[in-house]
Design a protein around this ligand. Structure first.
Ligand code: IMP
Ligand code: MG
Length: 184
């Protein structure tokens, strides 16, 4: 697909993962997930907003039947520091005896994923696993099993492919690392 040019002058960044590398990695994840979920009733549960572009690409790389649901989790205000977590919306369809795959754009401290997992377990699914495009393990708090991930990233703030900085740059077709402006 051809993309438009996006004005990035206001936001200095470094390219981390180009589009073709992301697409290749998503195809690999899709193949693994298709094999692991063969014969199981799969529910792909997207965590908004950061997971939406990854999820759209991922489901088109999965060959087993699946249904799609969304949940909204907001842990960031207008800064890059973790704020209060608000989980809202959620699956209308019953998850009982279904295999749920939670889709996130990035798992950072793991607070979001853990809260959503806790809420989901009350709905008695057969299984719950996590797939995230980016895995920031250096900032993880406590144990969290992230079964599938696209790329490991360090303690950098990244944008693009669904991920935002102050709600902008979700539409970048690649992943970039934000170069923070020096304070003072
Ligand atoms: P966690 O609860 O700390 O794992 O944070 C997860 C949420 O924080 C993600 O769903 C994102 O919305 C946001 N987040 C964490 N790191 C980044 C980043 O590098 N870029 C953009 N959003 C991020
Ligand atoms: Mg955000």
């Amino acid at each position: 697909m051809k993309h438009v040019d996006i004005d990035l002058k206001a936001q200095p960044f470094e390219l981390l993962f180009p589009q073709d590398r992301i697409e290749q990695r998503i195809r690999d994840l899709g193949r693994r997930i298709s094999a692991d979920y063969a014969g199981k009733n799969l529910v792909i549960l997207g965590v908004l907003k950061g997971g939406f572009i990854f999820m759209a690409d991922l489901i088109r790389s999965i060959s087993v039947p699946l249904v799609v649901e969304f949940i909204s989790a907001n842990s960031y205000g207008s800064t890059t520091d973790p704020g209060q977590l608000i989980v809202s919306g959620g699956p209308i369809r019953s998850l009982r005896d279904r295999h749920v795959l939670l889709v996130e754009g990035v798992v950072d401290t793991g607070r979001t994923a853990r809260s959503v997992m806790t809420a989901l377990k009350r709905l008695e699914p057969s299984s719950v696993e996590i797939v995230t495009l980016l895995n920031k393990t250096s900032r993880r708090e406590g144990d969290l099993t992230v079964k599938y991930y696209g790329f490991d990233v360090g303690d950098d703030f990244v944008i693009g492919y669904g991920l935002d900085h102050n709600q902008l740059y979700r539409n970048l077709p690649f992943i970039g690392k934000v170069i923070m402006k020096q304070k003072g």
